[in-house]
Design a protein around this ligand. Sequence first.
Ligand SMILES: Cc1ncc(COP(=O)(O)O)c(C=O)c1O
Length: 457
Amino acid sequence: MQAGDFVLGPTYEEMARPELIPDDIRQLAVSALGADELNPVNLFNIHWKDSSNRVRYLVFPRQVTALDVNIIVLLGSGFPSGSHKVGPAYAMMAEACVDGLIDPQVHTILAPSTGNFGIGAAYVCSLMGFRSLVIMPDSMSRERYERIRRYGGNLELTPGTESDVILTLQRTQELMRNPSNHVLAQFESFSNYRFHRHVTGRAAVEAARGVGNGRIACFVSAPGSAGTLAAGDHVKSVFPDAHVVAVEPYECSTLSTGGKGQHRVEGIGDKMCTLIHNVLTTDFVAVVHDEDAVRALKVIRDGTSVLEELGVGHEEAVALRDQLGVSGMFNIIAAARMARWLRLGPNENVVTVATDGFDRYHSVIDDLDRRSLETTPNVLHRWIRDAFAGPEDRMVFDCRRKPAKERLFAQKQVDWVPLGWSVERLETLKRQEAWEAEYEKIGAYDEKIRAARGNAR
Ligand SMILES: Cc1ncc(COP(=O)(O)O)c(C=O)c1O
């Protein structure tokens, strides 16, 4: 809906419950999805549900995990632009618009990112009538740069890969000297926290209602910005016994050991504890080898017959091929590891997230093919078995006690004081009330969005 010079989409409540979107707009949005990608009405497709208001999820086949537990995977690929990262991008833009901080005649929107957030931001900017500049490392998968350009976003590349995101933040700081630039700072923006706690959290609870005992025993998400992990705060408010698990690559295990290094899981493991990571509610950090996720994804993609040998039905195996990306596979491996570690039973549910689908990882699998001596069915069989049979004990870190929390707070201080955050502000984030206060701003933002839409021309 046009509101002044910019276009506004849904409120937080409408994203959590798209059935509340006025019927005529919902119909238009549903018919534009995929068919008319750059139509602004697609802003009303930013939610987890299909046209029948069912959350998009799958239950990962037990024959592959060899575990008697439900691993529920929320599917982000159904969001416009192909990943759920478009959600926080929209939330940040909508809040900035109604707060009067940005004007399409004046501002260029900067989006430091390693990919999906940049894609989502370029997309949302195009729909809302803003120019965008995505600042990202130069060694990400080529599919990402192509999409950003397709959505009209400009690109500025900094050296490195996923673990060099700090260079993108530093470059963004330089660009911010120009007052006509406005940054979408996903690692420190509570709009990101609000979106996932309210929208993804509710999707997780709704998906689980129809599976097993209808409850969530564990919510698992590998943090990039740690926005998705905020869904865990909602999960805990509904199921207080649920465990929330952050996952990180063994090759860059910053949260569990302070370790930093390059790894192959795009979108996560950014060598930091992000500002919006609520470490108070993170119970465990699970560690997974990056290559296990890439290899397991190869099996899902090219090993349909191997999955069938394991007992997965043909149609289910074929359907899986497009639904997962590397970080989704990484999350599923961690979810299985946690299910085993927590000794969950056949009726219990672990919920995790596939941020995007396979469409942006052809080059990653091509690269694996080049690096591997052979990828015969025999090898694929070994890869998938090994991925789900990891040595879980030394790969799960318990963060429930004070010393572990203090270590994570200290990491946050190391990461954020140099970027201009005061120790006093960081201290406030050691209390849950600060997170509740941020979350409660949703009511006021929804009113402002509704009021701005009421002025629609
Ligand atoms: C593919 C992929 N997976 C996972 C994540 C992590 O999500 P979050 O930033 O919400 O922690 C991202 C973030 O960009 C991503 O692009």
